[in-house]
Design a protein around this ligand. Structure first.
Ligand code: AMP
Length: 446
């Protein structure tokens, strides 16, 4: 195993890296850094948690240092949360240098971002919607970009950002720009982008899909009809007493329904989805990180890639339709090698997915028996209605229908009704409606 010095990393960077505990490169860093330093475009299959942010940030900062004013590196990410993480990391690595790091994302006022851009930044992190908005206003000059990083490319594709990405790429200068593309999976559309826009590319792959689910996770499941999923969830929680837990659902509306039910029966859950205001989302993540709440109910997109350590349990309230999504979700509970447990509730129509997941992920799912009787008669519909009508109204769908790009990051996540959402898949009609509205579920369970 090499160290960062062997990878020809400059002293000033090594010092900043040391302060945040980066002493030995991870596999993705070991593979990517030399290729980037040699001037290649790279396409890397690597998931969050492998150290991929460092893999692109470390060598590029070294190469742009001292180059002067203007955006030298643009990092495009699908969500505000991921952008914030990468931004903070960039700030840590550039400490003591003249490299200025900026961030832009939707859901907040654009004016302070414009002011910041006018002051000048060398590294810009942002979500596609807001980047496009800034470009249309003539506030974004990408002509000096030397490194264009597309991170979590498959998620951006799933969220419908492909045209925006193409537009962003087209505004950079092909003669001087290198492209660094990172994605957990490599669908054809991503490969096509790479083929179309990269000149001198190297493909790298880190880990295998199977590896992500690591043996130390225990995989449990249960089959329940849609109307018994709440009781199943409560029975599971009573029996297994999960500690730091993320509960994944298919849609924002359902996330809120589970929140209402857990609250009504005495838990103190947290909530994360793209319909909440930016401030609310950050607050909820902060609470979860600080362990002031130990159950986070989230949609996939909102929770993807958020770096929260020591999660012990993943609960798939809605089983994913795609085994890759299962792998991504549960990969999170094994982060940093701690013991993890994943529990999935399959509906009867989804039973075939047990075998598919076992085959694709290379794991065994163990069926558990749960005693739901004491919860079966609870009035879940009433619990959901009551919270919505009384206290604790969480801001939802801020600005929905404004028809502008101000929500950046996840706006398209519920645009055009394609992904369902509040009022479509739960609302006041109670829980049973969920099932009828399956047609509005997003692709791949996002
Ligand atoms: P990432 O995949 O970039 O989201 O990184 C996952 C986590 O691993 C983050 O908390 C990083 O700070 C951490 N990390 C990445 N690379 C290293 C390294 N070389 N040494 C120590 N920690 C690292």
């Amino acid at each position: 195993m090499s160290n960062f010095r062997d990878l020809a990393i400059d002293e000033w960077l090594l010092e900043n890296m040391k302060k945040i505990g980066f002493e030995t490169p991870t596999e993705v860093q070991e593979k990517s850094i030399p290729k980037i330093l040699e001037g290649h475009d790279i396409v890397v299959r690597a998931k969050t948690g492998t150290g991929k942010t460092g893999a692109y940030m470390i060598p590029t900062l070294q190469m742009i240092k001292g180059k002067g004013n203007g955006i030298r590196m643009l990092i495009v990410l699908p969500t505000r949360e991921l952008s914030l993480q990468v931004y903070h990391f960039g700030r840590q690595l550039t400490r003591g240098t003249s490299i200025r790091v900026g961030i832009v994302y939707g859901g907040v006022s654009i004016n302070p971002q414009i002011d910041r851009l006018r002051e000048g930044v060398e590294v810009l992190v942002g979500t596609p919607g807001r980047l496009l908005d800034l470009m249309e206003r003539g506030e974004l000059d990408l002509s000096k970009v030397e490194f264009l990083v597309l991170d979590e490319a498959d998620i951006m594709l799933d969220m419908g950002f492909i045209d925006d990405i193409e537009t962003i790429i087209s505004k950079t200068n092909r003669a001087i720009r290198k492209m660094l593309l990172f994605s957990a999976t490599m669908p054809n559309e991503i490969v096509k982008i790479a083929d179309k826009h990269m000149k001198n590319k190297v493909r790298l792959s880190v880990g295998s899909e199977e590896e992500i689910t690591a043996e130390h996770i225990k995989h449990l499941y249960c089959v329940a009809s849609s109307s018994f999923k709440f009781s199943t969830l409560l029975a599971y929680m009573k029996k297994y007493k999960p500690k730091k837990t993320i509960i994944f659902t298919a849609t924002q509306g359902r996330t809120e329904n589970i929140y209402s039910v857990l609250k009504a029966v005495g838990y103190k859950p947290l909530l994360l989805h793209g319909g909440l205001t930016q401030a609310k989302r950050e607050h909820q993540i902060g609470e979860f990180r600080a362990e002031r709440g130990d159950i986070l109910i989230a949609t996939n997109v909102a929770a993807r890639g958020i770096d929260i350590k020591e999660i012990t349990d993943i609960i798939n309230f809605d089983a994913p339709d795609d085994p890759k999504i299962y792998v991504h979700r549960v990969g999170r509970s094994a982060r940093m090698g701690s013991e993890g447990r994943a529990f999935t509730i399959f509906e009867y129509s989804q039973i075939h997915m047990v075998g598919v997941i076992e085959r694709i992920a290379g794991v065994r799912l163990e069926k558990v028996r749960l005693e739901t009787k004491e919860f079966d008669n609870l009035e879940f519909g009433r619990m959901i209605r009551e919270r919505r009508e009384t206290e604790d109204r969480l801001p939802r769908f801020a600005g929905r229908g404004h028809g502008d790009r101000s929500h950046g990051g996840e706006r398209r996540g519920f645009g055009g009704g394609r992904r369902g959402g509040y009022g479509r898949d739960g609302g006041h009609g109670g829980y049973r409606r969920d099932n009828r509205d399956r047609g509005s579920r997003p692709r791949n369970g996002y």
